[in-house]
Design a protein around this ligand. Sequence first.
Ligand SMILES: Nc1ncnc2c1ncn2[C@@H]1O[C@H](COP(=O)(O)OP(=O)(O)OP(=O)(O)O)[C@@H](O)[C@H]1O
Length: 284
Amino acid sequence: MENILSVKSLKHVFSKSTAIDNMSFEVQRGEIFGFLGPSGAGKTTTIKILTGQLHPTSGTALLFDVPSTQVNQPKYLKKFGVMTDNSGLYNRLSVYDNLHLYCELYSVENKQKRIDEVLDMVNLMDEKRKVVSKLSKGMLQRVTLARALLHEPELLFLDEPTGALDPANSRHIHHGLQELNRRGTTIFLTTHDMLEAESLCHRVAFLNKGKVQLLDEPSKLRRKYSDDTLTVELVTGEKRILENGPKGAQKLYEYMSSGQVVTLFSNEPTLGDIFVDVTGRSLV
Ligand SMILES: Nc1ncnc2c1ncn2[C@@H]1O[C@H](COP(=O)(O)OP(=O)(O)OP(=O)(O)O)[C@@H](O)[C@H]1O
């Protein structure tokens, strides 16, 4: 599998505090990669380094085999998109005019068609002619996302893409991102929303105090940290924990053959549980 992004021994120090500490990981072309960590873990600093907005103190990050310190050159800018909370939108212009300006900057073809496509994807068609200064925080976040998508980048960086959104809009954006990914865009997203990570990401990295502490597929992590038990809820309202083995199977057979089982579920931990287990910290 080809790596689109490769980070080696990356470190960043702000005056005296270390924000990124000896970080190494790779992102494969075509995946949705989740970068999970609590506030202050170093997520935004990492995105800033990867997109050339900040130079690391030491170590390297390569995007498309190019050092991150050089990706701000025009020939590379078209290959990736970034959505962070510093929106950089023109407040006095409409949503459409902002996106149109960006299309010109990035030489996007069929501008009107493309603008409509991205507005549909972020559920903002009705706000197309609205002035940006009159948008809500969630709408602003969606315009910023639309702008990052306009030029159909190969690699998309999203810093908490649904942080300010209600559940319906989050779902809409998730579907849009999955569709974009199916069409070939690699997505690197930061979040502290575990459910978002579980539903969207092919692999997740747990970030704590500037270090990557764990990296794998969500389902593999859940299995690895599972205690291998099942819970059975009985008609009496009681819950019984059963081991995954002959004794558990015998018990389950007894409960089921006498019609006592209401529901049965696995006791796999959530990504949030695993994060607490590994780092001793909660994600929020
Ligand atoms: N410009 C800066 N100057 C000094 N310290 C900074 C600066 N930017 C970030 N930091 C520090 O670096 C560390 C990592 O911050 P960063 O913004 O990368 O975290 P984060 O994981 O994105 O947090 P959040 O989820 O709250 O956005 C924090 O301790 C933060 O205080």
